[in-house]
Design a protein around this ligand. Sequence first.
Ligand SMILES: NC(=O)CCC(=O)C(=O)O
Length: 272
Amino acid sequence: MRASLIQFRVDEDESVDSRRRRAASLVRDQAGVDLVVLPELWTTGAFAYKRFGTESEPLEGPTYEAMAKAASDAGVWLHAGSIPERDASGSGSSGDDGPLYNTSLIFSPSGELAASYRKIHRFGFDRGEAVLMGAGTEPVTVRLPETTVGLATCYDLRFPELFRSLVDAGAETLVIPAGWPERRRSHWTLLARARAVENQAYVLACGTAGTHAGVPQAGHSIVVDPWGEVLAEAGPDEEILTVEFDPAKVATTREEFPALKDRVLGLEPPRR
Ligand SMILES: NC(=O)CCC(=O)C(=O)O
């Protein structure tokens, strides 16, 4: 299976429309691979909190339209990264606007929406995404012809229990769009490898390049195999990381070193 991670540059001097056109064109250029992945919140930038409201869109908004078409033009599975989704069907805290979510969109090669995932762990503690966006509640997997993909977004990478629930639902390949900052790049690489080793799964983690809202981005998108080996890693700038991997290696790794079978579930907290 071949995958391309588009480590997109998100800077403030480019308009969202221009970025959307550029992303669609880069996706089209990937015709011939099986899966293309874009990063988190690449229309606004993951740290551009002030733009979440103004640049939010309904699920089937302009980014959905552009990415559905790009996926079908290229004939690829497309994890289109995430958008600031405005859920017009929900009741917003401010007027009629409806709540926001950090929502990932996955399209099939015919341009149909195969899955969407609302980020469960919001970043920012008591500010930023954590207060501006609602939390998703449902882990999501999606079946591709060669592998079952488990979905997570950026800060989710720090929460191993989410990945265990994805593995319990059959995930073999964990796809993680992100807008991870340079300041914590060492955590990014370490956690991507940890999630691969502990879940005996592929990890495809796609970050952004550039600087937005004063936050330099780490880049360094990474693909890790079920043994924890790094198959490919990008540099800091805009780059397309294309990698070939064998989905069957998940089953052989889990058979040859069956650590997942030794899980002990439902441990009680220690008694005082
Ligand atoms: N957009 C994010 O989720 C940022 C996460 C982050 O900076 C971190 O976990 O560190």
